[in-house]
Ligand binder design. Structure first.
Ligand SMILES: [Zn+2]
Length: 678
């Protein structure tokens, strides 16, 4: 397995209805490969079979697409043409979604907990990925597993692709006869939703393990990926079913994250900050679509494509642009010219990116708990929970590069560990944090973080706090005065989300909670919205510092992600900088993102400035690149750098070293700029 995948990839969707005739009629292998090479593509995922369940090569396993041009081996010709052009070829197939296989083998379908065959409600015309729009097959059906092996063996034997991209490794709460039988034999209860979910996950992991071993048994050099969310956050409370088990069976990780319609612009940075500290090559997958997969007749705005691609570089990943081939088999020149413009720039920038390593000093525990009214994060959803989104937004806007970590990770090398909003601690993690503190570590905890995993008491005596209960008042208010918070607006600031009430047994209280007069109910209310604050603070501590630990009783990260009050970010920023020195300072706007990477002993600073906006009712996108001028940046470094060079332009700029910071000025940033400090 190579350390890095090619950085300029296409994922060529080809889910083609059997009702469409003339499939591949205009396919020309030479023109196909030429379009890719002219547009700087060096790797492509090509379809052996699609979600409609039909095959695009002469298979003996299933049925060839009925509309495919007679005699055409579409996949085979694509592979041969790309290989001749030096493009890496990865064979795509789909496991759980394959409609024709459902028709041929209804007995292989999943049955969900509502008894729905194929886990797709009948007569549902929705395309939305929130509703399952394809019928599902069960990966726990032995005959189907053997079928998939035969298919993969056939593809490998006929075409020798460089790798396999194996899609839809998801069980949807399956209680089919195979699953019920197995659950019984394992002592699991299929009446219990939790047990069914656990079993789903067991099946997913086992399938990837078995198929991965099978493929590597044929050829150890094959690069295999199972699209089943190996970047999912993991508190590792059940190691056997942990996401680490999923990751083990993948040779690389694709973060599928088309930022419009479903995933949003916060999804990729949340996931990548979790996986980009691990030793696996990663690719960011977006799309050429305006919205999402299958959005025919659309072209992604160039600024949006650039932002997504350059942000991927800044976070240390390659780029895979999703496209869908027209049924006639011809790549769209207009689309490839658009993609090619961006790929050309990636080609110039990638020498400063490939093989680089992330530099961070701050860790945040990735919360995977789902609270009331909060979007969940499970293996089958594409959402991120609010606390994680809040951590990304706050830290990224404050220019603090960070890692998301889970309970199994080592934390000793971080200067600061953040426990955002609802990180309750199992005993082994409490012990880890206690020894981290003894070695000089620092902790910022918000909301109910720091409480024990299963009881309402603090897991660490060092917090100096006693839990009283959920805060009685919601909304409540936060007292801010300039004796503790320099330059922040002095007033009682609303806290929209409910926090907890604690007693401080020791330590310094930096802010007191201000109660509202009463909680709003049907017969007791004031004005249009929330009840105003009482005119004086309560005796309930809201922000408490005990040595190297700062605790905030309210979930400020989630509240910031939900409601966006700048004061939450400003307060969190001042608390963080009470505990550690800033890593990056300067006059960058809040919308700019900064990452730091290390390559061959040099520090690569990535500066990104793009402004996605919700300018229509359905999605966020961007059209313009608005340049930034006279950008001052100071990066905390142990030693004075000898020089600073803007890359890939190769222009040296002055750098001075002051109080532990390397200070530079960049005249102009057009979206993305790298600065190599050496
Ligand atoms: Zn099943």
């Amino acid at each position: 397995m190579r350390a890095n995948m090619p950085y300029r990839q296409i994922h060529l969707d080809f889910h083609t209805s059997p009702l469409i005739p003339g499939v591949g009629n205009d396919f020309d292998a030479k023109a196909f490969a030429r379009t890719l090479t002219e547009n700087h593509i060096n790797s492509i995922n090509l379809f052996t079979k699609c979600h409609h369940g039909f095959y695009y090569y002469p298979t003996k396993i299933g049925r060839v697409h009925p509309g495919l041009k007679p005699g055409l081996d579409l996949f085979g010709e694509q592979v041969r043409a790309c290989r001749e052009a030096g493009i890496r070829t990865v064979a795509y197939t789909t496991v759980v979604w394959a409609e024709d296989t459902c028709d041929l083998h209804p007995e292989w379908m999943q049955i969900d907990e509502d008894g729905v065959l194929g886990a797709r409600h009948p007569f549902n015309e929705s395309y939305n990925s929130e509703v399952r729009a394809w019928r599902s097959l069960c990966m726990n059906n032995r005959d189907y597993v053997e079928y998939m092996k035969a298919e993969l063996r056939e593809v490998y034997t006929l075409y020798r692709p460089d790798g396999f991209w194996i899609d839809i490794i998801f069980q949807f709460n399956c209680i089919c006869p195979s699953c019920r039988k197995e659950m019984l034999s394992l002592g699991m209860d299929y009446h219990s939703h939790d047990d069914v979910m656990k079993h789903d996950r067991m099946v997913e992991i086992r399938f990837a393990e078995e198929i991965g071993r099978f493929l590597h048994g044929m050829d150890p050099s094959l690069e295999v990926y199972f699209n089943g969310c190996p970047a999912e956050f993991d508190q590792a409370d059940d190691m056997a079913l942990s996401t680490a088990q999923r990751r083990r069976h993948n040779d690389f990780i694709d973060i599928e994250s088309l930022p419009s319609e479903v995933w949003g612009y916060a999804h990729f940075p949340v996931l990548v900050n979790y996986v980009n500290r691990m030793e696996k090559p990663i690719t960011m997958m977006n799309g050429k679509f305006h919205k999402t997969w299958g959005d025919f007749g659309t072209l992604r705005n160039k600024a949006a494509l650039e932002f997504e691609a350059f942000r991927a570089l800044a976070y240390g990943t390659g780029i895979c642009v999703g496209d869908q081939l027209h049924p006639n088999g011809e790549l769209d020149q207009t689309v490839y010219n658009r993609i090619g413009e961006v790929m050309a720039k990636i080609q110039e920038k990638e020498p400063y990116c490939i093989g680089s390593r992330k530099l961070t000093r701050v860790a945040a525990y990735a919360g995977n708990r789902v609270l009331e009214n909060e979007r969940g994060f499970s293996a089958t959803t594409m959402n991120i929970n609010l606390a994680n989104e809040g951590v990304y937004r706050v830290l990224s806007e404050l220019k603090i590069p960070f890692d998301f970590v889970d309970f199994s990770d080592d934390i000793d090398h971080y200067e600061l560990v953040i426990l955002p909003d609802h990180v309750r601690l199992p005993d082994h993690v409490a012990r880890k944090l206690s020894s981290y503190l003894k070695r000089g570590g620092r902790i910022l905890a918000t909301g109910q973080s720091g409480l024990k995993y299963d009881t309402d008491e603090y897991a660490l005596e060092e917090f100096g706090l006693r839990y009283v209960g959920p805060e009685q008042y919601s909304v409540a208010y936060m007292q801010i005065d300039n004796s503790q918070f320099d330059g922040l607006p002095e007033m009682y600031h609303v806290l929209y989300m409910r926090g907890i009430e604690v007693k401080a047994e020791r330590g310094e209280v930096l802010s007191w909670l201000v109660e509202s007069y009463f909680n709003r109910t049907y017969d007791r209310f004031c004005s249009h919205r929330q009840t105003p604050p009482k005119p004086y603070p309560s005796d309930k501590p809201l922000i408490i510092q005990n040595g190297n630990i700062i605790s905030v009783t309210h979930p400020l990260f989630s509240d910031y992600a939900e409601n966006g009050c700048k004061i939450y970010k400003d307060v969190l920023g001042q608390l963080i900088f009470r505990l550690i020195q800033p890593v990056v300072k300067g006059n960058l706007p809040s919308t700019a993102e900064v990452t730091l990477r290390e390559l061959n002993g040099e520090t690569v600073l990535h500066l990104l400035s793009y402004n996605p906006a919700k300018r229509c009712h359905t999605i966020e996108t961007l059209e313009d690149v608005i340049p930034l001028y006279d950008v001052e940046v100071a990066v905390r470094m142990e030693k004075a750098p000898q020089r600073a060079v803007l890359e890939p332009q190769g222009i040296a700029i002055p750098v001075r070293y002051e109080d532990g910071y390397a200070c530079i000025m960049v005249d102009r940033i057009d979206g993305h700029q790298m600065v190599v400090l050496s």
